[in-house]
Structures are given as structure tokens and as C-alpha cells.
Design a protein around this ligand. Structure first.
Ligand SMILES: [Zn+2]
Length: 218
């Protein structure tokens, strides 16, 4: 009988040593959107306060990622050199699935990229990240003679400029950037594929150039 009383303890120990890591990695495979958002906010806070920690980019991390990736957030951001998502959120390899295009706009190609991350990689949080003093937004507001490919981007931003103008915004550039973020969030909400996947959260955010702060837009 004594022998049997030891077995459950051993089983418990086994569970802690061998099963807990498996559960942990399963959690990593589909990080809930609210936890993903917390990870981004904490990472940005480290960046803002100059308490930047070395992200996981070493050999061990690279080896772990050769066969699989489970990025915990999709970031749709502007291509602007001052707004690199991995840096401003203090994240490493395999953490973020980043779709970058001037003006953080969404067309079929960008939407397809977002859908891929959500459907195939299990990512639950999507962030549309705009920023202050966006050149693509400024070009759209200023108008004039824009080359065709840049005009394609401007055409996507134009509805936001129209919204900002209709509201008589005092700062037409920033109001347009804000409206553009909201429009792209709405665009993602209207995506039928994303709408059918449980637990997906889509948020807008704006990066402030000087402070480094990412402000979530409600
Ligand atoms: Zn920009």
C-alpha cells in the first residue's frame, strides 16, 4: 500500500516536469488577444522608458523557429523608417507578423497577409498602427501631381482626408491619419474570413514620434 501512496506524487512530479512545458508551448501557439495586447503595451513601455530588453533574436530562438512560427500579433504599419514595429514594441524573432505599407492601408494583398496570419498561424490580435507626421497622409492631403503607384496609396487614404475635412479639423494631417487608422480597422472588421474566426480582436493605434509612445485608439 505504501508503494501506491508514492505513485501519485511521482505522477504529479512527472506532470510538472514534462507536461507543464507542453502546456506552455500550446499557450504560445495561440496567445489570446488580450494577453497579446498586454505584451505589446509592456514592450512599448520598455521602449519609451529606455528600459529596452534584448529581444529573443539569438541562435536558440532561430533554431526554435525553423519549423514553426506563432506570432502573437499582426501589425499593419506604415513603412516609415521611424516606426519599426519590432523595435517600438521591443519584440524578437517570431513574435510579430508585420504587414508594412506606406500609409498603413489595406488592399487585397495586405488583407491576404493578415488573413494568412490569423487563419494559418493562429494569431488573435490585429493592430493597425499609424503614426504622427505620416508622409503618405501628407501627400494625400496636399494632393497635386502624384505618380500612379503612389496615387494608388493616396486613393486608399483619401476617404480619411474627406472625413477630416468634413469635420473642420484644426490639424488636417493628424485628423486624417487618425481617420485612416479607424477606416482600416473598419475594413478589417468587414473582412468575412476574419469575422468567422473566434477570439480575434482588431485595434487601432498611433505612434508618437518623439515620446515613442503607442497610443491605443478606442
Ligand atoms: Zn507613414
Amino acid at each position: 500500500m505504501k508503494k501506491h501512496s508514492v505513485s501519485p506524487l511521482l505522477a504529479l512530479l512527472f506532470a510538472f516536469v514534462f507536461i507543464t512545458p507542453v502546456l506552455a508551448s500550446a499557450t504560445t501557439a495561440a496567445v489570446p488577444a488580450d494577453i497579446a495586447q498586454k505584451l505589446l503595451i509592456e514592450g512599448n513601455q520598455r521602449f519609451v522608458t529606455d528600459k529596452y530588453t534584448m529581444p529573443q533574436i539569438g541562435q536558440e530562438r532561430r533554431s526554435k523557429l525553423t519549423e514553426v512560427q506563432h506570432p502573437f500579433a499582426v501589425i499593419v504599419s506604415c513603412s516609415d523608417s521611424r516606426v519599426p514595429p519590432e523595435i517600438i514594441f521591443n519584440q524578437g524573432l517570431g513574435d510579430l507578423f508585420v504587414v508594412r505599407v506606406a500609409g498603413n492601408v489595406l488592399d487585397s494583398l495586405e488583407l491576404g497577409s493578415v488573413e494568412y496570419a490569423v487563419e494559418h498561424l493562429g494569431t488573435k490580435l490585429i493592430v493597425v498602427l499609424g503614426h504622427e507626421k505620416c508622409g503618405a497622409v501628407k501627400a494625400t492631403v496636399d494632393g497635386g501631381d502624384i505618380p500612379p503607384n503612389i496615387a494608388a496609396i493616396a486613393a486608399k487614404i483619401q476617404p480619411a482626408v474627406d472625413t477630416a475635412r468634413a469635420a473642420n479639423s484644426s490639424n488636417i494631417y493628424e485628423a486624417s491619419a487618425d481617420a485612416n487608422i479607424s477606416n482600416m480597422v473598419a475594413h478589417l472588421h468587414a473582412d468575412p474570413l476574419l469575422a468567422h474566426i473566434d477570439g480575434v480582436i482588431i485595434v487601432g493605434a498611433k505612434y508618437h514620434l518623439e515620446s515613442g509612445q503607442v497610443e491605443l485608439i478606442k
